[in-house]
Structures are given as C-alpha cells and as structure tokens.
Design a protein around this ligand. Sequence first.
Ligand code: ZN
Length: 409
Amino acid sequence: MVANISIICPGCADGVRVRIAVGHESVQRFYVVCPRCDSALRCQLTTDADTGVLLGLEVDDRPATQLGWVESPVVNVFADLPIDPAALSMEQPGGSPFLMHLHHLGEPFHAWLSNRGAFEGLVRESWRDVSRWWGFYVKCDWNRFDHHARKYWRDDWPTNPTALDRHDAIHRALEVTFAPVMVKRGFVAWKLALVAPRPDTNWKAAAAFAGAWADDDVAKAQAELFGVLDQFVQQRWNWYPGLVVGLYEELGVGFDPSWRITRDDFRDLRDLFAVTFERSHQYLPALMSLDNSFRLGDPNLYPDRTVRTRSSMQTMRSVDREKVIGLYECWGPEIVGILDRHLRNAIAHSTADHDLITGRIVAPKLDLTYPEFVAKVANAIQVPLLLLEVFKYVRILQESRVESNRQGD
Ligand SMILES: [Zn+2]
C-alpha cells in the first residue's frame, strides 16, 4: 500500500508531498530530505499491522502537520528497497523502486523478493521455537529437544534418533532458515571446503582437538554465536535493503552510488556489525585449529608451517589474526573481507554517523555509502553460521571419541 501525505517541513515551513510505500512493520522509521531546504526530517509512521490503516505520523518526534494537496516535488520513501532519490514522480525512471530494480536485475530480483518472503515467513512462524529448541540442544536436554524436533521436522524425525540426527537436525533448521537471505556465495562453499572428506583427512587429530574442549566452553561458544544470529533476526528489517545491494554486486550489475536507503538504522547496524566482528574473531581460531587438525594433523600447525598455540591466537591483535586467517584459501580471504577491520575501527569512533543529506557514512578514514554499509552488515551473517558448524563438529567428534573408547573397553 502507498500512502500519499503532505506534511509541513519544520525547516522551511513549506509543504512537502511524501509518497510512502507502507512496509510490513507496524512502526516504520524513515527519513526524508526536504527538496526545498535540504533539511533531513526523521519520521515515524505507525500503521495497524492487520489492516494497514495509518494510525499516526511523526516528524522530528512531533506529530506531523498533515496538509491537503500541495504544490511540491514528491519524495519517495521505501522502507524495504533502495530508492533513486532523483526521481520525483512515478512517471520518471526510478519513480518506482520496485520497477527500477526489476529493470536492472531481472528475474533474480523476483527470486530475491520471494526469498525474503520465505525468510520472513520462517522467522515469524518458527524462530522463537527454534531459539527454544537451540537452548535444549546446548544443554543436552534430549527429551525436550526431541519433542521440538518432532514438531519441526514432523514425519522426517526418526523414532529413535541418534546423536548425529540431533546435531544434523538443529543445524539444518538454521541453514533452511538463513539460506534465503544469503545472496552471495560463501557459506556453502566454505562449509564444503572445511568438512568435505579427503583421503588424507586426519580424523584422529581432529578428535584429539575436539577432546581438548571443555563441555562448558563449547556450550558457551554455541550460545554466544547463536546470540549473534538472533540479533540478525531481530534486526532483519534494518538490513533487508542491504541484500538488494548485495544482489547487484553478486550479479555484477552496477549499483548507482546516488541511490539511497530511506531508513536510518545506523546505530543498530553498527552495533550488530561490531558484535559479529568480535564474536567471530573470538571463535575463528577454533575454525582454523579444526582445519589444521583435519589437513595437517595438528591443531597448532598452520598452513604456513608455523606453530601457534590456541592462547597466542586468542590474544593476537585482530590485524595480525586476519593475516593468519588469510592463509586458508577456500574461506580466509573472503572472511577477512567480510569482517572488514577498517570498517569496524571507523564506525567504533564516537563521531561515526550516517549523514542523511549525503547518504554517506561519516567516519575517520572511511569512504562508504550507507547502502554499501548495510550490504556489508547483511553479508556478515554467514560467518557466525560457519562457526556454529565448527562447534557442531567439535561435539560430534567428542561423542565419537567417547563411543570408540567405550567399544575399545
Ligand atoms: Zn524544507
């Protein structure tokens, strides 16, 4: 639904026509740059979630003064898609962001819309259940876990599940949930590179590595990494528009740098990126050690044939750690690119902000538009997902060790 509202700009006291595509959130935050005086107006539209009826509009934290029809350029607002701010009416190219992206991206744009719908549907229907289910998994509360698994997988859940069935089922649920919003290649290829069996895969070394992990530490890692995914879910409307930007990159179609995202979720997304960066850096040494065990037969032997202990990897500065991560051809350089340290440092600075007038991130030594920033945050979801795979393998390897010891008795 589209709402055409004329408001008084508090900057120039003139009327401005705003054409708002009402999104799926009952409270929709956006900003408008006044076409007359260039003031940035922060707005909040409240609608009835079921009927779509408008309940209120605030401009700069005050109830908006709404007018009848006024002579004014139209400002387009889309909460879900990047827009072309230069298009001032529907008749101009770019006047409809939907048609504009369809024109540039073709069928993949349709596919993306339906994927986002699938993700949104899954999240609304079952994310809270999956979170609860995950809690039982981390605590090894198998009675309750199996009860949830039966609900989630219905006919697909065996009567007498094995430990492997359980590890597989809960991680498959995460993959099914997040697959629709991973627009760039990455996770699936990394996962395959990590665990694809090869003739020289050293299972014994991997089992020894897994055995060195205390149960509490594994549970903590799984809970913390899941917590990052949960934050992505809670903030999904903030980063959905970034997926469209990512789609342009993935398809090699130029994303016009003048296009805007008319939401302003900078602070929330900054914090989400920061927590993803910190948590990922905390657990990336486990990923590297697992890979080292599989390929080189020693968790502390790195691909450059240097020995590094777990504690030295933990205390290393991230600038040095990312050089080591880069040694893993199949996923290292990509992950270093995604966990952009320069971005992390720049937005941590207290002056960092989203300049609504220029549509750029203002931060020391950073040259980035807001849509590029949102795309980077959206893409980072893949890293915690990969790290959860690592701890799944740690647990499977721990259990198979116990099992083979038992058989050896
Ligand atoms: Zn104005």
